[in-house]
Design a protein around this ligand. Structure first.
Ligand code: NAD
Ligand code: LMR
Length: 330
């Protein structure tokens, strides 16, 4: 999917939502795939939000983006994913009052299983899927299970926002530019159990964990990163949108174009059992991208503290998997 003159089809679900609004203009301007790649946008919405998506499309037209080759809007998943090269699954069922975790997983099963089937039926051979809608890791697993003809590793979930949050918090603490921080890892679930790991992260080439107090790392940094989504909701009265869209752009850009030499990033990808993470669940790892495919960074030593934290987040993912399995979604 490198520089090409034929447009790449990018399907975005939940296009009329707040992340959609922050995302679509950046995709159309070339920030998702690079400055040489024209894009055709396919916007999938529920029927009652199609009109709002049409309004966003009018604004996209009004930007006269040179790389934007066309926009289709639909409430039909089969049409939305037909020929798609990149799918950003943003639309999801939010948790509402009185809803239990199981209800949320079931409601999202009703969205991500049909979308997985539509991807299986009609997406392009090089389809890459990023799930943003929460619970993102398990929604990605549901979509993947419904798409048995698509290679499993093409289904990923977003922990890049957590990664970027962790980089920013550490940079602030040490008063260094974010560009000096490398090799940070988010492990596990995109939830409060996630584990942002500073034991391999480097600041100016030195291990980050050795440059901060252990108490700051454990009692301040980790909860601040893990609960940042809730803090944003509390402050804005709405969940993160522009930063989530930015992270989605970062994830897909790196997946397609590769990660920089000597560094890695974080993405939730299907586990091959590395680092004792249950095989098959979609869990966040330290990853590099080469030739358009994510690879888990191997050989990192995991200390006892990290082991406990990784195991706790993986246990939550296994619970979510078991719950959707019981619902017949896997
Ligand atoms: P939003 O409510 O503003 O927008 C969601 C949109 O999805 C709505 O327009 C809705 O009509 C649409 N939608 C619902 N069901 C759909 C379906 N079946 N097909 C197509 N569209 C559908 O929400 P938002 O703020 O844009 O957030 C979207 C999701 O992203 C939420 O689940 C949120 O929790 C999640 N999120 C994830 C991360 C992350 O880091 N992984 C970060 C922020 C938000
Ligand atoms: C975030 O991390 O900002 C979101 O996942 C929070 C949320 O619950 O929507």
């Amino acid at each position: 999917m490198s520089a090409t003159s034929s447009p790449v089809t990018v399907t975005v679900t939940g296009a009329a939502g707040q992340i959609g609004y922050a995302l679509l203009f950046r995709i159309a301007s070339g920030q998702l795939l690079g400055p040489d790649t024209p894009v055709r946008l396919r916007l999938l919405e529920i029927p009652q939000a199609v009109k709002a998506a049409e309004g966003t499309a009018m604004e996209l037209d009004d930007c006269a983006f040179p790389l934007l080759a066309g926009i289709d809007i639909t409430d039909d998943a089969t049409a939305a994913f037909d020929g798609a090269n990149v799918a950003l699954l943003v639309g999801a069922r939010p948790r509402t009052k009185g809803m239990e975790r199981g209800d949320l997983l079931e409601a999202n099963g009703g969205i991500f299983a049909p979308q997985g089937r539509a991807i299986n039926a009609g997406a392009a051979d090089d389809i890459r899927v990023l799930v943003v809608g929460n619970p993102a890791n398990t929604n990605a697993l549901i979509a993947q299970a419904a798409a048995p003809d698509v290679p499993a590793e093409r289904f990923t979930a977003m922990t890049r926002l957590d990664h970027n949050r962790a980089v920013a918090q550490l940079a602030k603490k040490l008063s260094v530019p974010v560009g000096e921080i490398t090799k940070l890892t988010i492990w596990g679930n995109h939830s409060a159990t996630q584990y942002p790991d500073l034991y391999h992260a480097e600041v100016g080439g030195k291990i980050a964990a050795e440059q901060v107090d252990e108490s700051w790392l454990r009692d301040d940094f980790i909860p601040t990163v893990a609960k940042r989504g809730a803090a944003i909701i509390e402050a804005r009265g709405a969940s993160s949108a522009a930063s989530a869209a930015n992270a989605a752009i970062d994830h897909v850009f790196d997946w397609v174009n590769g990660t920089p030499e000597g560094d890695w990033t974080s993405a939730a990808i299907p586990s091959d059992g590395s680092y004792g993470v249950a095989e098959g669940i979609i869990s966040s790892f330290p990853v590099t991208s080469r030739n358009g495919a994510w690879e888990i960074v191997q050989g990192l030593e995991i200390n006892e503290f990290s082991r406990t934290r990784i195991d706790a987040s993986v246990a939550e993912l296994v619970e979510e998997r078991d719950a959707v399995q019981k619902l017949g979604l896997l």
